[in-house]
Design a protein. Structure first.
Lengths: 111, 112
């Protein structure tokens, strides 16, 4: 299917566990982003990537790791999950246009 | 202070009313101004974007940007129940700097 897909859609994990959220886009967009969305904070940028093997920190990168070995994939890893990382995570992509295309989101609960 | 401020609402208006949504910002380098619409449990989708100051109209939606006041608005005319969603303003400095900075979003409900 064309577009941007995130998996899993829902995840419950325990404090201290490592969790990886997947993001895949079929457009070959250069830019990919990870945001988290929390009540009262809106969408906050965690990490972004301008191309394969190029990543940079956003506003709230602590506790997260990203990689981008292929243009179409941009996984986000929580190295040791904490309750404060309970959130809805959105992946997005864009390619030098005003529009960023968002995935459906991953709802993560850390217990 | 956040770079982009947006009243989170919630805002409830009767069907057919004119809706006004607003954001203020502090970074004068922003040049691209966008409005995203997000339905419940979905990802945001671009509704409109404007470059620099001015107005842009698309059907029932009008976006306004006043860079001198660092203030942007989205107007919805003849509001419909299907317009019920969260509206997020977003801003970008320029092409080549693709990062979007979002407001917190305003939750809007149109009452039939």
């Amino acid at each position: 299917d064309a577009g941007i897909t995130q998996s899993p859609r829902y995840k419950i994990t325990e404090t201290g566990r490592q969790v990886t959220l997947m993001c895949h886009q079929t457009w070959s967009h250069s830019y990919m982003f990870w945001y988290r969305q929390d009540l009262g904070h809106g969408l906050r940028l965690i990490y972004y990537s301008a191309a394969a093997d190029i990543t940079d920190k956003g506003e709230v990168p602590d506790g997260y790791v990203v990689s981008r070995s292929k243009t179409e994939n941009f996984p986000l890893t929580l190295e040791s999950a904490t309750r404060s990382q309970t959130s809805v995570y959105f992946c997005a992509s864009s390619d030098l246009t005003p529009e960023a295309f968002f995935g459906q989101g991953t709802r993560l609960t850390v217990v | 202070q956040k770079e982009v401020e947006q009243d989170p609402g919630p805002l409830s208006v009767p069907e057919g009313a004119i809706v006004s949504l607003n954001c203020t910002y502090s970074n004068s380098a922003f040049q691209y101004f966008m409005w995203y619409r997000q339905y419940s449990r979905k990802g945001p989708e671009l509704l409109m974007y404007t470059y620099s100051s001015g107005n842009k109209e698309d059907g029932r939606f009008t976006a306004q940007v006043d860079k001198s006041s660092k203030y942007i608005s989205l107007f919805i005319r003849d509001s419909q129940p299907s317009d019920s969603a969260t509206y997020l303003c977003a801003m970008r400095i320029n092409f080549g700097n693709e990062k979007l900075t979002f407001g917190t979003g305003t939750r809007l409900t149109i009452i039939p």
